[in-house]
Design a binder for this molecule. Structure first.
Ligand SMILES: [Zn+2]
Length: 319
């Protein structure tokens, strides 16, 4: 049996788990994502997390055959790092180097987290198609793309930075404006609601200060005028963004995931299912919600790790 390690580096937390041939996830260990751009601190903290994950499995890091990492992006290839990620308060973390320092194997592969999600969805669920997209709406917004059964690597999935609003009203965490993520991600939806409150006459019982959350907005709609207006626009931008994704990659299935979707499943899914055909000139894809919940990136990371031990078992992409 080969032992593989999966790591999910998200905007708010990092999770790691060790698995055998079945790639089953049991009790992943979790730590908060780094708040400072100190490579030495990051490397030390990651080593501790890997040791804890191995210890949970009754192993040491020396037992790990291969590692798959799904990280918030964008990712650059050399040196392996997260480059100015809009949703992490740090720059240029040397992820691959840090992981290699924590284990005894050179079999380490770092991919965009949404690409890992797409690998998991395609390999273990997939809707029976080799042309699909995994779209995550969480702290950020991104996609992993499978074409002809092969995941597209690199930063192909940074669809959150597609321009959906030519008026470029809202600034994005990447420094741009009018980007899909600037309106619809979990951290930006409250900012957008505040903007609509300040520039419209929507009545609201919501507190539009810095404490407003995406969860507050979903909970208040449809009774609250501002929340309802915000979500109507949320649907509008999602339809424009998803139509662009469909025209670019022609998926026959789109799996949705990420915390905003998972906590508001039908509210996010239904308008896309009902109205996407009005926005595309090709056959609209089937749309569903991943069954893997918030474990999907870890699941894909394990599959990517396993592919390095047994190439072809899981067709994972190169950066
Ligand atoms: Zn952007």
């Amino acid at each position: 049996m080969k032992t593989v390690l999966g790591i999910d580096i998200g905007a708010t937390k990092i999770r790691a788990t060790v698995s055998g041939d079945d790639l089953r996830i049991t009790d992943p260990v979790v730590k908060r994502s780094p708040a400072v751009a100190d490579p030495d601190v990051f490397t030390a903290e990651l080593a501790t997390l890997v040791e804890r994950a191995c210890s949970e499995a009754g192993l040491t890091p020396a037992a790990i055959s291969a590692v798959g990492v799904g990280s918030a992006g964008p990712i650059k290839r050399t040196p392996e790092a997260v480059l100015n990620p809009p949703n992490l308060p740090v720059d240029n973390l040397p992820i691959e180097r840090a992981v290699r320092a924590a284990v005894d194997t050179d079999q380490v592969r770092v991919l965009n987290d949404a690409v890992c999600g797409a690998v998991a969805e395609h390999e273990f669920a997939g809707g029976g198609t080799d042309d699909m997209v995994y779209l995550t709406v969480s702290t950020g917004l991104g996609a992993g793309v499978i074409v002809d059964g092969r995941p597209l690597g690199g930063n192909t999935g940074e669809v959150g930075h597609l321009t959906v609003d030519p008026g470029m009203t809202m600034e994005c965490g990447c420094g741009g404006a009018g980007h899909w993520e600037a309106y619809c991600s979990g951290v930006n939806l409250p900012r957008y609601a505040r903007h609509l409150s300040q520039h419209g006459d929507h009545g609201t019982a919501l507190s539009t200060d810095g404490t407003l959350s995406a969860a507050d907005i979903f909970a208040a709609a449809p009774d609250d005028e501002l929340a309802a207006a915000t979500l109507a626009q949320f649907d509008h931008w999602n339809l424009i963004g998803l139509a662009d994704v469909v025209h670019a990659f022609a998926p026959s299935y789109v799996a949705l995931g990420g915390s905003v979707v998972l906590h508001n499943r039908d509210r996010v899914l239904t308008p896309l299912r009902e109205r996407l055909s009005d926005h595309v000139m090709v056959d609209p894809p089937a749309i569903g919600v991943t069954e893997f919940g918030d474990e999907i990136v870890l699941k894909g990371a394990l599959a990517v790790a396993a592919d390095q031990v047994s190439p072809g078992a899981s067709p994972s992409p190169q950066l």
